[in-house]
Each structure stands twice: as C-alpha cells, then as structure tokens.
Design a protein around this ligand. Structure first.
Ligand SMILES: *Cc1c(COP(=O)(O)O)cnc(C)c1O
Length: 344
C-alpha cells in the first residue's frame, strides 16, 4: 500500500530502531535521561533558542506553550484554520480558559498583519487581554517567508504581544526556503517542532524558548501528563529525525512537484495554484452529480493500492519517506483513472 494520507504515517528507519535499542536512558522527570538531554541540546542549538523540552506530541507542545504564555481570560490571535485553534480539541479554551481570536488565512497562508492589528484589544475591562500571536509554518504546505515572520515579530513587539510558532513542519519550510532551522525559528519567542511528521520519528515534538519559559513549560508538561520516564528510547529516534530525516526532506518536495505536474494534466482535477511549496499537493475536484469524491475516490484508490483521504470536493496528498518516485507515478495514474471514468 502507498499511503499518502499524511506524513505522520512514516515508519521508523532501521537506524532509528537500532538507536532506540541501544539508547542510554534515565528518568527524564528527574532530568536524568542523557538521550533526551542530548536531543534537547541539539534542538536548542539548531534552532538558535536558549532551551528545549521534549514533548509527547505537537498538540501537547502547543498547548503547553499557550498555558505557559497565557492566563485565564487572556486571548491568542490565531488562524481560523490553524492547527492550534481548529485541530487541537479546543484545548487552550477547555484547559486554560484562553480565548482564541481567529482570523482567516490569506491564500498564501499568511495571517494578514493589518487584520491582526485590528483584532488586538485595547486595555478595557470589557475585553480579554490579547497576549499572544500564533503563526504556523508551513501552513497547509504553504511556506511562510522570513520577511513575513520578521514583520509579525515587529508587530508583536510594538503591541507587547508574544509570538509563538506552530512549526510542526518548520523543517519543510527551512528546506523550501533554503535557509537554516535557526532562520525560521529566530523571529519567535517560542517554537514547537514535530519530529513525527516528515522527519520520520515514531513519536515526539520539541518545544523551544528562553530558559525562563522552558522552566515554566516543564511544570505545565507535568500538569498535562507529559512527564515521561525513560523517554530516551524515543529521543534516540528523534535525534536521527533531525539529522538524517532533515537531510532527505527535499526529496518529498521534489516528489510533490512531480505529482502536481502529473495531476495538472488530469481532467476533473485542479491543482491548487501556488500551494505546492513543500511536501503537500492540494487539489480541488470538479463536482459530479451524485458522486461524493470524499467516499468514492479513497475507495477507488484503496482497491488499487493507494491509501488517500479526500473531502467531498477537495483534498491533500502528502509526500514522505515512504513514497518513492515510482509511487508518485502510481498515485497519479490512480487519481487519473478515477477521473477518467467521469471525464473522458
Ligand atoms: C501535526 C500537527 C501538529 C501536532 O500534531 P500531533 O499529532 O499532536 O503531534 C501541530 N500543528 C500542525 C500544523 C500539525 O500539522
């Protein structure tokens, strides 16, 4: 089966399994796990932040950042389609009493900064206290430029806001921009990076910021049940994710370009223009009377060895280490075959 539902489906490499097997470990709640400490030090160095904290998931990493930055009755400004708002179970509100102020993303994945400014609340007892601006890179595969991030930081500084990056796929952004992880991370007070997406680790994210922030975040990690013990078993794979996994990410971007190229010639399929910037291809499907592509397309593909997800009239295809150049052609052929039934 070729699985293009997400880059979370990657399986640990044999080098990762070997590193996990031999990892030196200790009780990380006591700070005693040398492999976790090594991963955290490596990430802090690579991203140019003072300190790092190994987290079980990206959701928990973002949640802990929000809980650390914001008090009950505070507000964060966030994209209406952002992971930290829409795809994290309302955790900030449910567990932190933190109110989201959403803004729709522009077609390039930016939160328009004039709209951000408009939403910052004045000091007034009627209003929540606007504390934080949360951005995402990549956003649905769209790469955010360093220039935009720098302008967001200037806005944050001018208004006394903190700036957090949901950098689940910031490694893809760095590769696409041809810059370092530090360049992508630098404009932010805090950053969350996923090791378990395209970088290929089985589990784990890293939260980064200054030492005072990480000290507080350590407490919130424990409160939210994220204090793991001999977590070096997982961190060992995480170390290979940020070395070997990072080194091969460009292949996924090349495959995404190839796939977008093939699919742009298929009647019934519209490759979302300008969105193929990293490891995702976004598609809009022409509607067909009586057909729900969300059911019919994945079912057709599954019978032909491709696992994919689709909405009724749109969907994304995600490239990762488990998808070869040959697989790209197979996926394109299968999608083309499905639409040929209707559009030939
Ligand atoms: C995957 C993802 C996360 C975190 O997800 P987990 O599955 O909890 O690790 C956060 N933000 C974005 C944009 C993501 O894609």
């Amino acid at each position: 089966m070729i699985d293009i539902r997400s880059d979370t489906v990657t399986l640990p490499t044999s080098a990762m399994r070997q590193a996990m097997h031999t990892a030196e470990v200790g009780d990380d709640v006591y700070g005693d796990d040398p492999t976790v400490n090594r991963l955290q030090d490596m990430c802090a160095e690579l991203l140019g932040q003072e300190a790092a904290l190994f987290m079980p998931s990206g959701t928990q990493s973002n949640l802990v950042a929000l809980l650390t930055h914001c008090q009950r009755g505070d507000e964060y400004i966030v994209g209406a389609d952002a992971h930290t708002f829409k795809y994290e179970g309302g955790g900030a509100a449910a567990l932190g009493g933190i109110q989201p102020q959403t803004i729709p993303f522009a077609d390039n994945g930016e939160l328009p900064l004039d709209q951000v400014t408009e939403q910052i609340k004045a000091k007034d007892v009627h209003f929540a206290v606007t504390r934080l601006l949360c951005l995402e890179n990549t956003q649905h595969g769209r790469v955010q430029t360093i220039d935009y991030m720098n302008r967001a930081r200037l806005l944050a500084d001018a208004n006394g806001l903190l700036l957090h990056l949901d950098g689940a796929r910031m490694a893809n952004a760095a590769v696409a921009l041809g810059v370092s992880l530090e360049d992508v991370s630098k404009p932010f007070h805090t950053v969350s990076l996923c090791l378990s997406k395209g970088l290929g680790a089985p589990v784990g994210s890293v939260l980064l910021g200054d030492k005072a922030f990480i000290e507080q975040a350590l407490r919130w990690r424990k409160v939210t049940g994220g204090g793991m013990r001999q977590a070096g078993i997982l961190a060992a794979a995480g170390i290979l994710a940020i070395t070997d996994g990072f080194a091969r990410l460009h292949e996924d971007h090349e495959h995404a370009q190839q796939l977008a190229g093939h699919l742009s010639r298929v009647a019934g399929v519209n490759v979302r223009s300008g969105w193929t910037q990293s490891n995702m291809v976004w598609l809009d499907y022409d509607s067909i009377e009586g057909v729900d592509h969300g059911h019919a397309l994945p079912a057709y593909a599954k019978e032909r060895g491709v696992r994919m997800s689709a909405g009724r009239n749109a969907g994304r295809l995600v490239l990762h280490s488990g998808v070869s150049a040959d697989d790209v052609s197979t996926v394109a052929d299968v999608v083309a075959g499905y639409f040929k039934q209707h559009f030939s």
